[in-house]
Design a binder for this molecule. Structure first.
Ligand SMILES: [Mg+2]
Length: 330
């Protein structure tokens, strides 16, 4: 983080952090008082999620500030998408090594851009000094009693995934290798890592249709494993149905690398979900704005299998990005 002229905490808040995101009528009192006051819609439940992103652990050191701002919101919105919730409000905690006004301005612009797209308002938060760390709590709402959970999958259900898992992990591998975006397919992979797309529209469209749902932050196999554990079932993935994008195939040096990215790469922020057999996916594709793929079936037992063979997510990691951080992901 370049050393620009330092600004005071309250100056930074007033200039860059007081009006982040969408204007919402249900925000009765925003930044500036001891707490924010919002009004929840009647007949709705609230979904709350929180993620902390540490420099060098959850994003590469030196990542452009606007991408850090965008990312800290995107990974949280992805959790709301996994519940089928519509984003509403957020609280931001920002720990900064210095009062670098230019960094904060860029950070705020990235967060603000996605917050406006998602219709969310940042209604409060905190700034402190220390190693660069961003904490964000988000709140969304959904019709009462309809929240998607990890625990509703039933034997016989179909297992589906949105988008193209593995692309973001591949993009990160190219960023870390210093090779950068030397070809179009690789450039696309790098973009996928830099700008994750939370599947909010798909999440909302799954309400009342899906039996279970989870977002993919730690990797397809590991997160499907969490859904199975919560539901008390097993999943059998069909290797021929796993979606492999042309860019991913172009970027992978070998089959093992491709398999590692696809099944255990992480940072996808796609949704994995289960549907009762025979559910028509057409409205989901329209709502998702991306493709959705049937990749397997829910069966009796525990854990994740590939073509009937037990799959150990840990054994799939071809490489480990950043440092090994046990606390990663929710
Ligand atoms: Mg999650």
């Amino acid at each position: 983080m370049a050393s620009a002229p330092a600004a005071g905490e309250f100056e930074l808040i007033a200039r860059y952090l007081s009006h982040l995101g969408a204007e919402r009528e249900d925000v009765l009192l925003g930044v500036g008082d001891d707490a924010a006051v919002v009004r929840a819609p009647p007949g709705h439940d609230l979904a709350l999620a929180h993620d902390t992103l540490v420099d060098g652990v959850h994003f590469p050191r030196g990542m452009p500030a606007d991408q850090v701002g965008y990312r800290c919101l995107a990974v949280n919105l992805s959790d709301l998408a996994a519940m089928g919730a519509r984003p509403a409000w957020a609280l931001l905690s920002l720990t900064l090594p210095s009062g670098d006004a230019e960094w904060v301005r860029c950070f705020a612009s990235g967060l603000d851009r996605l917050a406006r797209e998602a219709g969310l308002a940042v209604v409060g938060g905190d700034t402190t000094s220390g190693p660069l760390t961003v904490g964000l709590s988000v709140v969304g709402w959904l019709p009462a009693g309809l929240a998607l959970t990890r625990s509703g999958a039933r034997v016989g259900d179909e297992l589906w995934v949105s988008g193209w898992p593995g692309e973001a992990a591949a993009g990160l591998a190219f960023i870390q290798s210093g090779e950068g975006a030397q070809s179009a397919p690789v450039a696309g992979l790098v973009e996928r890592f830099r700008w994750p797309q939370p599947r909010l529209g798909l999440g909302a469209a799954l309400l009342g249709r899906a039996s279970a749902c989870i977002d993919l932050s730690d990797g397809l196999a590991a997160d499907v494993g969490k859904l199975c554990h919560a539901s008390g079932v097993a999943a059998d993935l069909d290797s021929r149905s796993l979606p492999v994008s042309a860019a991913l195939r172009a970027g992978a040096a070998d089959e093992r690398t491709l398999r590692g990215w696809l099944l255990a790469g992480g940072d996808d922020y796609e949704l994995a979900f289960t549907l009762p057999t025979g559910t028509d996916p057409t409205p989901l594709r329209a709502a998702a704005g991306c493709d959705v793929h049937r990749i397997g079936r829910i069966v009796e037992g525990a854990g994740v299998r590939l073509d009937g063979e037990p799959l150990d997510p840990a054994s799939l990691r071809g490489y480990d990005h950043f440092s090994t951080d046990p606390g990663r992901g929710t």
